[in-house]
Ligand binder design. Structure first.
Ligand code: RUB
Length: 321
């Protein structure tokens, strides 16, 4: 798929969820590199930088996107011919996609250990990796039940309940505002992440912080499933994760909104759950308390990934290599 097509799909949320966005971006860079007709390394580099910028401009919150782009673009760095540069991009992209898929599998295996037989779990939004933990626990023969939220305004909960239903897991579908009414029936909250900051705060779908707050109040544990490439190195420098605010028409149709001139619809897509509300972050390298997020950034991303403004900036590689 050409880069602009992938970028449009990410913007329109046809491709959504932090992991899928990152893999789609890596694949788009690979396809872009393979179809490039650039004659010189310099023109190839410029073409790829433009492609990377197009992908980076799609959605601002999921850190998996810039991390994936940096890792793939690092393949150009030492190339002295177009062929070498192309091969560098293709190798890095394929490596990223494969390691991302393995990461989801490993997190499912680690995360399911924290789900006990008889547990009732609450999840919010549609996280591939959070659901992988839940489905793995079910496949291990644990009897579990799930409360899944609707997730206004884009209703990602519908995708979640389909996956849970297809896996044969007993599921309750609730509106977002019913979270606190049911939290006392729940043993564990399991959610995904779009970004994890150096101090262990978790950025995820809007409403996650309310779910976590209700869980803390009810003394219910909160487990976050997140691959290492969702950790945000730039937060070491004090940079804040940008929270995407989407069109008001996703919440209130324009025909109605225009009859209410004094009303502004606000539609932030994500919120920040502080580390104190999170008990455990499960990564493919193992489970950590949120306060140890800096270790993941230091040991597996390299401090320097994303410290530079241009997509060729980071060192790349899940080991910072
Ligand atoms: C998706 C969302 C998901 C995370 C993690 O938001 O908040 O919980 O991206 O997902 P949106 P995954 O629908 O706006 O992209 O585990 O699949 O990477």
């Amino acid at each position: 798929m050409i880069v602009s097509e992938t970028a449009d799909k990410i913007k329109r949320m046809e491709i959504r969820g932090a992991g899928r966005i990152a893999r789609a971006a890596a694949e788009a860079l690979r396809d872009g590199a393979l179809s490039s007709r650039a004659a010189t390394t310099e023109s190839f580099r410029m073409e790829m930088t433009q492609a990377a910028d197009t992908l980076l401009a799609t959605r601002p919150t999921a850190v998996s996107l810039p991390n994936a782009v940096h890792m793939v673009m690092a393949g150009i760095k030492k190339a002295s011919t177009v062929e070498e540069a192309k091969a560098g991009i293709v190798t890095r992209a394929d490596e990223f996609v494969t390691s991302s898929q393995h990461a989801v599998e490993r997190i499912a295996a680690f995360g399911s250990r924290h789900i006990r037989d008889g547990d009732t779990i609450m999840t919010h939004c549609n996280s591939e990796v959070a659901l992988a933990c839940i489905v793995a626990a079910h496949r291990e023969g644990k009897e579990i039940e799930v409360f899944a939220t609707e997730v206004r305004p884009r209703n990602q909960g519908l995708i979640t309940i389909k996956t849970l239903n297809d896996a044969g897991i007993k599921t309750n579908f609730i509106v977002d505002s019913a979270v606190r009414s049911f939290i006392h029936d729940v043993d564990l909250v399991v959610v995904g992440a779009d970004a994890v900051t150096v101090n262990g705060a978790v950025v995820n779908k809007i409403g996650t912080s309310q779910v976590a707050h209700a869980a803390v109040e009810a003394r219910v544990n909160v487990m976050v499933a997140a691959e290492t490439y969702k950790f945000a190195p730039r937060t070491i420098l004090g940079e804040l994760i940008k929270i995407e605010e989407r069109a008001g028409s996703e919440v209130l149709p324009d025909e109605i909104a225009k009859t209410l001139p004094n009303v502004t619809v606000r539609n932030p897509a994500f919120d920040v759950t502080p580390a104190e509300y999170v008990d455990l972050i499960v990564t493919e390298k193992g489970a950590i308390p949120p306060q140890m997020a800096y270790v993941i950034i230091r040991d597996y991303l390299g401090w320097e990934i994303g410290e530079f403004g241009d997509p060729l900036g980071g060192t790349g590689g899940l080991n910072g290599s």
